[in-house]
Design a protein around this ligand. Structure first.
Ligand SMILES: Cc1ncc(COP(=O)(O)O)c(C=O)c1O
Length: 395
């Protein structure tokens, strides 16, 4: 067999999200587009904001020599400087372009960070459930992802995190707003997390990093203010993306921001530029870098997502489902009426409703619903959700 044992094994456990997405394609061919309610993928249907297209036209109509050439591996200085200014405004910290590395989305960003900090055998701790790909990203760089359960409401179990940190721990990786639950971690819990990391770093005589995946940073509801992660701990690295806030996931653009207070921040930035190059990304897409540098304060219309969250959340609760109300991102993570989430996902599938079993995110007994879909998909799925709620005795 040509394929490595490791990849064979990874493929056998094939992503649930992908499986459900493919099932969606099959169902659409059989029943027609309007009869399938596909909540499997976090692929937003909202179009990018007008400001994005205006920038795209401006850049296309005013080509400058060399605009498609190689550049330094961390990206254009002007773009990084604009991002640094926005972060300084937001945090009050003296960010400069030296602490910003442009990346190919958050996925590319996470990989350059992990490659830069991990030695073989190092552990990265993440609250569970979590974004499926973390396991693979950490493994890509010789590390092991160690999952720590969250509380009933998916908030951080700080005692459990503290207990899980050991001498092999290199980083704690959090994601807020969160995929798959939609929770936003409170400022209080993040302050405590920062204190734990400072204490444990001292105990083990090394720096444990706080990695913050902020792919959904701007998708926050009810005027909630997302706590500033840089203020809770010095050795903090944020991984950001425009896939969701500008609705351009196919364009692969994001950035990594290293706290100006982090130890060895210059060396870290050099390491990430090196990792960008040697992982084969080389640099983030040039055209997108020219656009997003000017769009730091722009995002898609969040109210549209909030309306969909309200519509779906209120209806599911009304039908009898137990759901934690999301504060951001565009996912709901209800508890299944039965223990076996795969059986429940199949029951939904029989009603042409496609969701992803919670076990795909490390948390069986739940399903993930990605509601970045058209409103009619949500409305027309209600009948199926209601019928199953009755069938399984929720009401
Ligand atoms: C939590 C989380 N992190 C990272 C990513 C990767 O995003 P990107 O498209 O920016 O690589 C996603 C994508 O869905 C995500 O949900």
């Amino acid at each position: 067999m040509t394929i490595s044992m490791k990849i064979q094994k990874a493929l056998e456990g094939a992503s649930w999200i992908r499986k459900m997405f493919e099932e969606g394609d099959r169902l659409r061919r059989v029943y027609g587009h309007e009869k399938v309610f596909d909540f499997s993928l976090g692929n937003p249907i909202v179009e990018p904001p007008e400001e994005f297209f205006a920038e795209l036209r401006r850049v296309a109509q005013n080509p400058i020599p060399g605009m498609c050439r190689y550049m330094v591996n961390s990206g254009y200085a002007e773009t990084r400087s604009n991002i640094a200014s926005t972060l300084s405004e937001e945090t009050g910290l003296p960010f400069t372009e030296g602490q910003i590395i442009m990346s190919t989305g958050a996925a590319g960003g996470l990989n350059i960070v992990l490659k830069s900090i991990l030695d073989p055998g190092d552990e990265v701790i993440a609250p569970s459930p979590c974004f499926v790909e973390y396991t693979f990203y950490v493994d890509n760089h010789g590390g092991t992802l160690k999952l720590v359960e969250t509380r009933e409401d998916f908030s951080l179990d700080l005692e459990a995190i503290e207990g899980a940190i050991g001498k092999k721990t290199k980083a704690v990786l959090i994601n807020s707003p969160h995929n798959p639950t939609g929770v936003v971690y409170s400022e209080e819990s993040l302050i405590q997390l920062g204190e734990i990391l400072a204490r444990k770093s001292k105990q083990y005589g090394k720096t444990i990093c706080l990695l913050c995946d902020e792919a959904y940073k701007k998708i926050v509801y009810d005027d909630l203010k997302l706590p500033d992660v840089f203020s809770v701990y010095d050795h903090c690295i944020a991984i950001n993306s425009h896939s969701k806030d500008l609705s351009i996931p196919g364009e692969r653009i994001g950035f990594v921001a290293i706290s100006p207070l982090a130890e060895e921040k210059e060396k870290l930035a050099d390491a990430m530029a090196f990792s960008n190059r040697t992982l084969g990304f080389v640099n983030a897409p040039a055209l997108m870098q020219r656009l997003v540098g000017k769009l730091g304060h722009v995002s898609v219309d969040i109210s549209e997502y909030q309306e969909k969250r309200d519509l779906l959340f209120n209806s599911l609760v009304d039908f009898g489902y137990s759901v934690v109300k999301p504060m951001g991102a565009f996912y709901l993570f209800p508890r299944c009426p039965i223990d076996d989430d795969v059986v429940f996902v199949k029951a939904l599938q029989a009603k042409n409703i496609l969701t992803v079993p919670g076990r795909g995110f490390g948390k069986p007994g739940h399903i993930r619903i990605a509601y970045c879909v058209e409103r009619w998909v949500i409305e027309n799925s209600f009948e199926g959700f209601r019928e199953l709620a009755i069938e399984y005795g929720l009401k």
